[in-house]
Design a protein around this ligand. Structure first.
Ligand code: FMN
Length: 166
């Protein structure tokens, strides 16, 4: 194991050893525009009340729109949605061309074929260094256990493989 300088690129590489799923955070912006950003800084926080969090870089163009809305949706991507992850990671681009979605209770766009969805109301926002931490209360949750998740590890997309029995 090598020690790294946390001011260096290697810090990101060390963080990248934590395998995550991939989400697209979606919302309806203040002028009715569709927001969508690929995010892997998602985490569960609390069961009662049901809280989750995600973090957005303070330089993201969409940040002020998320700060102006009262709700957002977390779309947990399935393994077939790698191209959507790339599409929603493009800074400033029109990310919604050709994207199939529907709306539920909050009006946030919900991606079709997501593995799980959490519709949330924003409860707290905290400054966290160069990111803003959004804490949402989950109002609607849904999942499809027949799908496989898209996984992100060390800068690469992956799928999960169960370990053989010991
Ligand atoms: C797999 C993956 C995970 C990402 N996770 C985050 C994240 O947790 N927070 C974040 O701010 N940006 C994250 N990004 C980058 C954003 O998707 C990208 O900077 C953002 O969508 C640009 O949005 P903008 O048009 O609002 O600037 C991630 C990108 C990828 C490919």
């Amino acid at each position: 194991m090598q020690t790294v300088d946390v001011k260096d690129r290697e810090f990101r590489n060390a963080l990248g050893c934590f395998a995550t799923g991939v989400t697209v955070i979606t919302a309806l912006g203040p002028s009715g525009e569709l927001l969508g950003n690929t995010v892997n800084s998602f985490s569960s926080v609390s069961l009662d009340p049901p809280l989750i969090l995600w973090c957005m870089g303070r330089h993201a163009m969409s940040l002020k729109n998320y700060l102006s809305t009262e709700s957002f949706a977390v779309n947990i991507l399935s393994s077939s949605q790698r191209s959507l992850s790339n599409q929603f990671a493009k800074a400033g681009a029109d990310k919604w061309t050709g994207v199939a979605y529907e709306t539920w209770n909050s009006g946030c766009p919900i991606l079709k074929s997501a593995m799980a969805v959490f519709e949330c109301q924003t409860r707290h926002t905290y400054m966290g260094g160069d990111h803003v931490i959004f804490v949402g209360e989950v109002m609607t949750a849904a999942f499809d256990a027949t799908l496989e998740p898209l996984v992100f590890l060390q800068g690469k997309y992956r799928t999960v493989q169960p370990l053989p029995k010991p």
